[in-house]
Design a protein around this ligand. Structure first.
Ligand code: SF4
Length: 366
């Protein structure tokens, strides 16, 4: 992908959400950045730009690579547990997080990052061949490659394969509806609970992310879980965690799983130390205190923080060590084997046996 935009490039397709402004520029309406583009310009995400008086997506069918990994790694703990997922991403991102853990992809301006050219059917066919139960659009945010994401999701669903988005939820109203109508599950990054953090660290705002969470909870059947990466000194105070958990309990309910994960120094935040395990445990305790019923710690070995407990009878129904499921006491239709209470989530038969494996695979043309 060169920086010059051309409609002759087979990976460039018409964008669905934009409008002209009085000053001659075109405004992209996919995300709250509202990039205003002159001819030949690209938006902040780099994969959308203006050519021939329209806003286009330039990364349709281009991927930064495919892997089969466990659904727990998204992380999703209540969605077809233990099953393998075909995961992929493209290039670019609409946030500018200083702590980005995938910055080689998200900040990519280079064609050599985009190794596989794979259409929606190629991906769905590969998922079926590899016995994956779902496909995850991850590594970078499917919001910015919405048209491609929707077509991939449709192709997968036509073969009985579920579609998952791993997203920061930074998207506006109509594109939000257009994207999530095609998805079965999502993990939404709630990066912090102050607008100041979003502004300073991610060059974004908090409210659109909260709007996405409210939309998912109240207007869709999409199964979703939330992840907050705790960064020492930036978003890990008792007060901020308390406010986040209170908001989730009040606005989304206590059944939404919440994952607290550990930060590792990366990208532009190499001066910040890794998150101590005690911080994750403290955050989990605060969340449980607000009545949240499924609170997990991630990127650490923490047997207690990996358990799912039946909210009705208190039995440990799932034990996990990192991404590996141990004890599993959930029926094929998602009930506690001891008392029969429903465990919120999406279940379809016994737990998968994929374990922690990560298998790099090649899909499509190169
Ligand atoms: S999707 Fe990209 S081009 Fe569109 S508003 Fe967001 S950052 Fe700008």
């Amino acid at each position: 992908m060169t920086s010059e935009i051309s409609l002759d490039d087979r990976h460039t397709v018409a964008g669905r959400f934009w409008h002209p402004l009085d000053d001659g520029r075109l405004q992209c309406d996919v995300c709250p950045r509202a990039c205003r583009l002159r001819e030949g310009q690209r938006g902040l995400c780099f994969v959308r730009g203006r050519v021939s008086d329209q806003v286009v997506l330039t990364s349709y069918g281009r991927s930064s690579g495919f892997c089969v990994d466990p659904v727990e790694k998204k992380p999703l703990n209540h969605f077809l547990p233990g099953t393998p997922v075909l995961s992929f991403g493209t290039a670019g991102c609409n946030l500018s997080c200083r702590f980005c853990q995938n910055w080689d992809i998200s900040k990519s301006r280079e064609i050599d990052r985009l190794t596989d050219a794979a259409g929606p059917d190629d991906i769905a066919e590969a998922a079926e061949r590899l016995a994956c139960r779902s496909v995850a659009m991850t590594y970078n945010d499917p919001v910015i490659f919405l048209e491609y994401a929707v077509d991939v999701a449709d192709a997968c669903r036509a073969r009985g394969i579920r579609a998952i988005a791993v997203t920061a939820g930074y998207i506006t109203g109509e594109p939000r509806r257009a994207l999530f109508a095609h998805l079965d599950a999502a993990n939404v990054d709630l990066k912090a609970f102050t607008d100041d953090f979003y502004h300073r660290i991610s060059a974004a705002h908090l409210q659109p992310v909260l709007d996405t969470l409210l939309y998912l909870r109240h207007d869709t059947d999409v199964w979703f879980e939330i992840t907050t990466l705790l960064i020492p000194g930036h978003n890990d105070s008792d007060g901020e965690i308390d406010a986040e958990c209170a908001w989730i309990a009040d606005n989304l309910g206590t059944d939404v799983p919440l994952h607290f994960t550990a930060f590792h120094p990366d990208f532009k935040m190499r001066d910040v130390p890794p998150t101590p395990p005690a911080t994750l445990t403290r955050a989990r305790r605060i969340a449980l205190g607000h009545g949240l019923r499924f609170v997990y710690t991630g990127n650490v070995h923490d047997p207690e923080g990996g358990q799912t407990i039946c909210p009705a009878c208190g039995t440990v129904v799932v034990e996990r060590d990192w991404y590996v499921i141990g004890r599993y006491e959930v029926t094929g239709d998602g009930r506690c084997t001891s008392c029969g209470a429903a465990i919120p989530g999406r279940y379809d038969g016994p737990a998968g046996q994929w374990g922690a494996r990560r298998l790099q695979v090649s899909v499509g043309r190169h």
